[in-house]
Design a protein around this ligand. Structure first.
Ligand SMILES: [Zn+2]
Length: 58
């Protein structure tokens, strides 16, 4: 046991993530979970603009 790797839970999917220096997404397990988490708080201030459907005219 010369190396101890800390493990954390991904905040998004709760998957076990090895706290590795090679993991640029920590504490997330992957880029997708990181983006999902970022999107969760960003979504609060970001509102999707309503689209006015343009009916085709003859
Ligand atoms: Zn995850």
């Amino acid at each position: 046991m010369d190396k101890q790797i800390k493990e954390v839970n991904c905040p998004t999917c709760k998957k076990i993530v090895k706290w590795d220096a090679d993991n640029p997404y920590k504490p997330f397990c992957c880029e997708r979970c990181k983006l999902i988490d970022f999107g969760a708080w960003a979504d609060d201030s970001y509102s999707v603009p309503e689209q006015n459907p343009d009916l085709p005219q003859d």
